[in-house]
Ligand binder design. Structure first.
Ligand SMILES: C[N+](C)(C)CCCC[C@H](N)C(=O)O
Ligand SMILES: O=C(O)CCC(=O)C(=O)O
Ligand SMILES: [Fe+2]
Length: 421
């Protein structure tokens, strides 16, 4: 993050220098003194605050709070928060963006310590709070980490001694719920203890944080090794680490597991932080990481079992990153359900297999494996966009219940409790 910020600032600086603005003192790494005042800038009355602006042919440049921001003029007009352009009760835009002249420029500019005031050719006035501009500008966004997360291997997770939340406090207090969600957002897994071992109580838990995502497996599902569905999950066999529902266009966000009964041996659950492994790939072989973000793959679920007839296809790369800041947000990894690869030519396929191997090696390092035995009363929530799960083979009667949750609604709950999500 640090290096990224630095290089970004350096390139802003270079751009400015290229345009002939002089008199910069560059005292790396003291960011406060990175952008002292330049000769051709318009300043506010109080120069010590260091805010200044410059109007260019195709953009408006603003320096404030140690940030040099560059704004497109249409963007500035489009984001006007005046009562006629924006409804602050509904937080919706009233302005018809298509009515804005694409060559628009402000007629006059006024800047003081807190506010930028633009008057447009038709007389309309837009006032921006400078802090709002920092928070919402591209340059301001680039400086902040979107989602705080702790990537883990077994040792990191165990050392963190992440506390489980009690059923009662999860259901009845905002504090319990918030603690739970905070852990879940940081690590991608979280446990609730002392849950009565029934499907109804598990459902209550799920509904406290989200909407249940109904799928071809039902709303709440309940499964044993009876092979009632056409999938290995419904057997006693071991399952290697994977994420679920890779064959959906949008894989399920969260998976909830509650083991209601197990009379037998084996059956431990394996958890692996996919983002930790991907991060290792990025460090060791960046070009392979990139390939895993680029090659689109199909995953498929074909079922013709009794009454169940399904054919699901999901397309997307193994690693999904936001194009604007390269932050990883979803890993799609299921070697069982991966379909025929026919989206890229043979030479790319070969490089893709090598990259997939590198990732698999990281995912399979014993030190990255966290094993738990699920027990009645202990409910596990897994971020299915980040953490892979698997299971050991088992003997005897084993009953699991659970459900999938919609990710947007879990994050919604977290934000309403004041968490960054
Ligand atoms: C959880 N539950 C037993 C309902 C479904 C299991 C789905 C298994 C599928 N191979 C996948 O990985 O998506
Ligand atoms: O049986 C288990 O512990 C998990 C099986 C599985 O991967 C699943 O249901 O998604
Ligand atoms: Fe699974």
């Amino acid at each position: 993050m640090w290096c990224h910020r630095l290089s970004h600032l350096q390139s802003s600086l270079q751009n400015l220098l290229r345009r002939g603005v002089t008199c910069w003192a560059f005292q790396q790494p003291n960011f406060k003194s990175l952008f002292p005042l330049a000769i051709h800038w318009h300043h506010t009355a109080s120069e010590s605050l260091g805010c200044a602006w410059q109007q260019h042919e195709d953009h408006f440049e603003l320096q404030y709070a140690n940030t040099v921001m560059r704004f497109d003029y249409v963007w500035l007009r489009d984001h006007c928060r005046s009562a006629s352009c924006y409804n602050s009760k509904t937080h919706q835009r009233s302005l018809d963006t298509a009515s804005v002249d694409l060559c628009i420029k402000p007629k006059t500019v006024h800047l003081d310590e807190t506010t930028l005031c633009l008057t447009w050719p038709d007389g309309h006035v837009t006032k921006y709070d400078l802090d709002w501009l920092v928070r919402n500008s591209y340059e301001g966004q680039k400086q902040k980490v979107i989602q705080p997360r702790i990537f883990w291997n077994a040792e990191i997770y165990q050392r963190a001694q992440v506390p489980s939340v009690d059923f009662q406090s999860f259901l009845e207090t905002n504090e319990g719920l918030k603690n739970f969600l905070q852990n879940f957002l940081l690590y991608g897994i979280a446990f609730v203890e002392n849950v009565p071992p029934t499907q109804e109580h598990t459902e209550k838990l799920a509904e406290r944080i989200s909407l249940i995502r109904e799928t071809i497996y039902g709303r709440m599902w309940y499964f044993t090794s009876d092979f009632s569905r056409g999938d290995t999950a419904y057997t006693k066999l071991a399952l290697d680490r994977h994420t679920d529902t890779t064959y959906f266009q949008e894989p399920c966000g969260i998976q909830v597991f509650h083991c209601l009964k197990h009379e037998g041996t084996g059956g431990r659950t394996l958890l692996v932080d996919g983002f930790y492994a991907a991060e290792q790939v990025l460090q060791k072989a960046p070009e392979q990481f990139e390939l895993l973000t680029k090659v689109p793959l199909k995953h498929e679920y074909i079922e013709n079992f009794g009454e169940c007839h399904n054919h699901m296809i999901g397309v997307g790369p193994v690693l999904n990153i936001y194009p604007w800041n390269k932050e990883l947000y979803l890993i799609r990894y299921n070697n069982y359900d991966r379909a025929v690869i026919n989206t890229v030519p043979y030479d790319v396929v070969h490089r893709w297999y090598a990259a997939h191997r590198t990732l698999t090696v990281e995912l399979r390092r014993p030190e990255n494996e966290f094993w738990v035995k699920l027990k009645p009363g202990r409910v596990l929530f897994i971020d299915n966009w980040r953490v892979l799960h698997g299971r050991e083979s088992f003997t005897g009667y084993r009953q699991l219940c659970g459900c999938y949750l919609t990710r947007d609604d879990v994050l919604n709950t977290a934000r309403l409790l004041g968490l960054q999500a």
